[in-house]
Write a protein that binds this ligand. Structure first.
Ligand code: ATP
Ligand code: MG
Length: 135
């Protein structure tokens, strides 16, 4: 079993698509290990997207991620990372395959509805970033 981190981003939360996305997660065979709703602080969003710190879109990305509520989920499934990336589709919703979450609920590369981890290691690192129990 593999872990991936999913985030329902502020655009899809605002549009009322949270329930439909969670339904899709369950119907695609993921086990929701952890789930919480939160509004990201600037520091938390910057830390999460630290690999993109030098990119021109970094501040836009951080502002967007802090612009409203997110729902963060740690998902478990066989082949969870690749499966979730297939279900969500390409980064740019206009290029995402029909029926994928980004094609259905995303608008553009910035407002692209959901996040998915890009490797097995990052699935664990990102899940720990939000769900590691320290007490
Ligand atoms: P995510 O990590 O959110 O699942 P991704 O792995 O498909 O998305 P990354 O290359 O990791 O894409 O980029 C992280 C996020 O940064 C994207 O989801 C998108 O919201 C934003 N982003 C990426 N490229 C651009 C861009 N050229 N302009 C604006 N925002 C961008
Ligand atoms: Mg990424």
């Amino acid at each position: 079993m593999e872990i991936t981190l999913a985030i329902i981003k502020p655009d899809s939360y605002r549009n009322g698509d949270t329930g439909k996305i969670i339904d899709r997660i369950i119907s695609e065979g993921f086990n929701i290990k952890e789930m919480k709703q939160l509004r990201l602080s600037k520091e938390k969003a910057e830390g999460f997207y630290n690999v993109h710190r030098e990119r021109p879109f970094f501040s836009e990305l951080v502002d967007f991620m802090c612009s409203g509520n997110c729902v963060v989920l740690s998902l478990e499934r066989e082949n969870a990372v690749d499966k979730w990336r297939t279900v969500i589709g390409a980064t740019n919703p206009e290029e995402a395959e029909e029926g994928t979450i980004r094609a259905l609920y995303g608008t553009d590369t910035g407002n692209n509805a959901v996040h998915g981890s890009d490797s097995s290691e990052n699935g664990i690192i990102e899940s720990n970033y939000f769900f590691l129990k320290r007490d």
